[in-house]
Ligand binder design. Structure first.
Ligand code: PEP
Ligand code: MN
Length: 339
């Protein structure tokens, strides 16, 4: 912790800061400048919060030297981490595409989606069984039956399955049905109870960015999971709330290089929930890969006009195939492979 004293703070105020540091078992390093004095608290600074000093007389500001996130930080783990999801690696050379419907509707729709995903060469299948809708009267997902249909198609095609966990009370069911990767959606990014629970299991977790979360808040949310022992975390940027109404969320491409610098964990992008319109998805998807994302999560539907949820942003089979072709060329140019 570094404590900056106010201009000409008297010695007694400096001494009070030093006493507080010593009382906590740390030592001090006092640097007296011509204008002001700076005090370094040497030792484990986690025992203090900056305001413990900022509220003292004569203190201008106090700041931490180390970050609050540790396990997920690159400082602690400089090399890229590769997260394995039933044999599919995230964070390596391969760009991983997760695709599937926003919501599992019927056995037939799920089967059609799974065939499209498999035929397109994508390696993971998504499907929402429990949907966090903005309106309580909107279609909430078909629940456990949806997970079962996803499990069936996942098994049939050898595609690991991804689904969103909304409520901690469903965790046992997710484990019983052996959901391969658990998604924590944007709305739950700071649901600490949920984060802690998925931190105690050994399933990979996709942690989506909260609609207005800063990158530090997002990293701290991941740290909540990691602190429980589960380090298999993948960040998913899905756009943030902005002042612009012509798209659903503003895709924050800048978060990709910042996150890749701050954390060793993989980062993927969901361009569907960012754009909110299918016609925007190819541009956003390609931009995300060009910016260094390790993968994408895409909403697709065999018949978007009749989708039960988020049809507007779902790629139809033809546009999905075309995008995959373009992404393959882009991956090649970037020295990566499209899984
Ligand atoms: C989803 O992936 O279906 C979803 C609801 O996304 P988000 O949490 O990003 O809104
Ligand atoms: Mn959705």
């Amino acid at each position: 912790m570094i404590i900056v004293m106010k201009h000409h703070a008297p010695d007694e105020y400096i001494q009070a800061v030093v006493d507080k540091i010593r009382a906590a078992g740390l030592s001090e390093h006092v640097s007296r400048g011509t204008e002001r004095t700076i005090i370094g608290a040497v030792g484990d600074e986690r025992v203090f919060s900056p305001d413990a000093f900022e509220l003292m007389p004569g203190v201008e500001r106090a700041m931490r030297v180390v970050k609050d996130y540790r396990i997920v930080s690159r400082e602690v783990h400089p090399a890229d981490s590769v997260v394995q999801v039933r044999g599919q690696a995230f964070g390596g050379k391969a760009i991983q595409i997760i695709a599937g419907p926003a919501a599992v509707e019927t056995a037939e729709q799920m089967a059609q989606c799974a065939e499209l995903v498999k035929a397109g060469g994508c390696r993971l299948l998504r499907g929402g069984a429990f949907k966090p809708r903005t309106s309580p009267y909107a279609f909430p997902g078909i629940g456990v039956a949806g997970l079962e249909q996803l499990r069936q198609e996942s098994g049939r095609h050898g595609l690991p399955m991804v689904s969103e966990l909304l409520d901690v009370r469903m965790l046992e069911t997710f484990l019983e049905l052996d959901v391969d990767m658990i998604e924590i959606g944007a709305r739950n990014m700071q649901n600490v109870g949920l984060l802690k629970e998925v931190g105690r299991i050994n399933k990979p977790v996709i942690l989506k960015r909260g609609p207005s979360a800063t990158l530090t808040e997002w990293l701290m949310a991941a740290e909540h999971i990691a602190a429980g022992g589960n380090h298999n975390i993948i960040f998913c940027e899905r756009g943030v709330r902005s002042f612009e109404p012509s798209y659903r969320n503003m895709l924050d491409l800048s978060s990709i290089p910042v996150l890749k610098r701050e954390t060793h964990l993989p980062v993927i992008v969901d361009p569907s929930h960012a754009g909110g319109k299918a016609w925007m998805v190819p541009s956003l998807a390609k931009a995300a890969i060009a910016a260094g994302a390790d993968g994408l999560m895409l909403d697709i539907h065999p018949d978007p006009a009749n989708a039960w949820c988020d049809g507007e942003q779902a790629l139809n089979p033809q546009d999905f195939r075309q995008l995959l072709g373009e992404l393959a060329a882009l991956a090649l140019a970037l020295g990566r492979t499209l899984a």
